[in-house]
Ligand binder design. Structure first.
Ligand SMILES: O=C(O)C(=O)C[C@]1(C(=O)O)C=C[C@@H](O)C=C1
Length: 275
């Protein structure tokens, strides 16, 4: 099994990939990619058999690149999910007083925004493809620091200037293991996305009523622009199937189809919660 993840080594994505494949019996090869789009592309073009992407952070919300990729590639299926605590460190070979640039993935910079305002108000914040890429770029410099994991400090021989520096103590990110296999319906969470056929009063209400009618509890709803027209959206919905009638999911799809332009089911799956 070749698994694409957001590289280089030392990213949270790499940690998540190890956790997500723990129960696999096949031999695993983790294949680092530069950027979340490249992770998905490696699965789409079959150079990898699975991919690990972050999809939602408890502080910053949806990871839009991952949501958009799921919508653009309806043949992808969610195999498993993981909720992982994210504890950021400020890493450098210099000292705090000398830091003038802080590098990290935009999600990590945003998750430490208040800490940066308080402790490093005048530094330049520079975005990178991943937290571990930032760690590799600051190694050897005494005026640059990276926001990354404790693991990245070890991988790149950096010192921890401060830890933890995430603004919200319980900061965590949900990762998905994606593949192109058969959809499974036995897990407790099902994910789907749909766009509505008509932009008229009550159109979304009618779609959401389908879930209520079949006794299906929504555990998440999130919208993304369709990118075709201002005001046109795609809705991502997660359903809690743990107490639901197994037939309800196929019934709700039948009810929704006439109301939607497009509807994609990403399967049902289990979530490992480490938070
Ligand atoms: O840069 C990394 O280490 C990643 O795995 C990416 C990522 C993300 O895109 O959300 C993963 C977890 C954290 O929320 C911060 C960054």
């Amino acid at each position: 099994m070749r698994i694409a993840f957001l590289g280089p080594i030392g990213t949270y994505g790499e940690q998540a990939a190890h956790e997500l494949v723990l129960e696999e019996s096949e031999a695993i090869e983790l294949v680092p990619q530069k950027g979340i789009s490249a992770v998905v592309e490696a699965l789409v073009n079959d150079s990898c058999t699975a991919a690990v992407v972050p999809v939602e952070n408890s502080v910053e919300g949806g990871v839009t690149t991952s949501l958009d990729a799921l919508w653009q590639h309806p043949d992808l299926c969610i195999r498993r999910a993981l909720i992982m605590p994210i504890r950021h460190a400020l890493l450098s070979n210099g000292s705090l007083a000398d830091i003038s640039e802080v590098l990290s993935h935009p999600q990590a910079l945003a998750q430490c925004n208040q800490w940066l305002i308080r402790h490093l108000p005048n530094v330049l914040q520079l975005p990178t493809h991943s937290t571990a890429e930032a760690a590799s770029m600051v190694a050897g410099s005494n005026f640059r620091a990276a926001i990354a994991s404790k693991q990245a400090a070890k991988d790149h021989r950096l010192n921890e200037l401060a830890y933890p520096i995430n603004d919200i103590a319980g900061n965590c990110t949900r990762f998905l293991l994606l593949d192109k296999g058969e959809r499974n319906w036995s897990g407790p969470t099902a994910s789907m996305a749909f766009s509505l056929q008509s932009n008229v009063p009550g159109a979304l209400l009618k779609a959401l009523a389908c879930f209520a009618r079949r006794g299906l509890n929504m555990s998440r709803i999130e919208s993304r622009p369709s990118k075709r027209e201002m005001g046109e959206y795609i809705f991502f919905v997660d359903l809690d199937l743990s107490k639901a009638d197994r037939l309800a999911i196929s019934q709700v799809v039948q009810d929704l189809v006439p109301l939607c332009n497009n509807l994609t089911m990403f399967g049902a799956y289990f979530t490992k919660d480490l938070s």
